[in-house]
Design a protein around this ligand. Structure first.
Ligand SMILES: [Zn+2]
Length: 79
């Protein structure tokens, strides 16, 4: 298969137009990230900038061995 230009692996695919919620979206040649909405004729871009750190980091889950030991201890069994 031949492409007119190299595919952009960082291009996100929106499911809805952010302006009119239209679903008829096509890539636009404005930029490598631009989409054209066929319902409202707007051209917009979608970027992924990264991911923020979680405000609270969950505690690590105990291993199966530790979970079993904790459960047995809670029920009054000695190991
Ligand atoms: Zn639209």
């Amino acid at each position: 298969m031949r492409f007119r230009r190299e595919p952009n692996p960082n291009r996100n695919h929106p499911l809805h137009c952010p302006y009119c919620a239209g679903e008829l979206l096509f890539p636009d040649e404005e930029t490598d990230f631009a989409w054209s909405c066929q319902d409202c004729l707007r051209v917009f871009s979608v970027y992924f900038h990264g991911q923020d750190e979680a405000p609270v980091t969950p505690a690590a889950a105990p291993s199966s061995q530790e979970a079993l030991a904790n459960s047995l201890k809670k029920k009054g069994h000695d190991l």
